[in-house]
Design a protein around this ligand. Structure first.
Ligand SMILES: Cc1cc2nc3c(=O)[nH]c(=O)nc-3n(C[C@H](O)[C@H](O)[C@H](O)COP(=O)(O)OP(=O)(O)OC[C@H]3O[C@@H](n4cnc5c(N)ncnc54)[C@H](O)[C@@H]3O)c2cc1C
Length: 223
């Protein structure tokens, strides 16, 4: 269960442009864009303004005319089961963008699982594709959301790790095993981690063990 945002933020009505189930239980919703943002920022969202707000990373580029969020439906959750039923023309309330998971330097490593890919999609769609290396972990191949876009944008700097299925373009096994053994893990690089708490904590501890200083690890935890 996630925590409500404590100090209620002002939210603004915005119209849904599309709401697509991209793989079972995971949706990409696009709404009218109301604000400028820095890639990596989040918005708070609600369907009923009296409900506690939930946070979502922006998953679209800063020049795109719409605002995209990527979310998975939590059965029994307050917002996401309702959000999955929204249709074109319906209203979603969102706050102005905020957050500091931004400004990843060009040679950073981006590490994501699940919908934690969202801020990296925003950064890449905003043109940050020349330097970063993207590592994405998933249980199933269908969970590499927007893989075709990332393959084109990053080429060999896009590494996918899948635990339950095999594919010639995907490394079979855990992302954390790769980080444990890879000679490419360097202490003087920034590591941007995004996803659920277990992944972020495991990867952070592993990077610390490998000599990466705490200040080089920047994390966004979805709780
Ligand atoms: C900085 C940040 C960014 C985030 N970005 C994203 C993102 O881009 N995409 C994304 O998908 N998520 C993101 N999240 C998570 C998101 O904010 C929500 O927590 C998530 O979508 C669930 O919302 P919900 O209202 O549907 O579920 P909730 O109401 O929060 O419920 C979650 C789960 O807890 C269970 N539950 C609810 N109440 C109880 C209870 N009393 N006892 C036991 N169980 C209970 C529900 O059944 C459900 O399974 C982010 C979180 C943070 C903090």
């Amino acid at each position: 269960m996630s925590q409500p945002v404590r100090r209620k933020k002002e939210v603004f009505p915005t119209k849904v442009l599309s709401n697509t189930e991209i793989t079972p239980g995971v949706f990409s919703i696009e709404v009218e864009r109301l604000h400028d943002f820095i890639p990596g920022q989040v918005v708070a969202a609600a369907i009923n303004t009296s409900d506690p707000l939930r946070l979502y990373s922006i998953a679209s580029g800063k020049e795109q005319p719409f605002l995209r969020l990527l979310y998975d439906v939590k059965p029994g959750g307050l917002l996401t089961p309702q959000m999955a039923r929204l249709q074109k023309g319906d209203t979603l309330y969102i706050s102005a963008p905020f957050g500091r998971f931004t400004k990843a330097p060009d040679d950073a490593w981006w590490i994501a699982t699940g919908t934690g890919i969202a801020p990296f999609l925003s950064m890449a769609e905003s043109g940050q594709t020349q330097g970063p290396t993207l590592l994405q972990g998933a249980r199933y191949l269908t969970q590499f959301y927007y893989a075709d876009f990332f393959k084109t944008a990053f080429g060999e700097r896009y590494l996918r790790f899948c635990t339950a299925e095999e594919h010639p373009e995907v490394i079979h096994g855990r992302l954390t095993n790769y980080l444990k053994e890879s000679d490419d893990v360097q202490a003087d690089r920034k590591y941007y981690l995004c996803g659920n708490a277990n992944m972020v904590v495991d990867v952070r501890d592993l990077l610390l063990e490998r000599g990466v200083p705490f200040e080089n690890i920047v994390a966004e935890i979805y709780f």
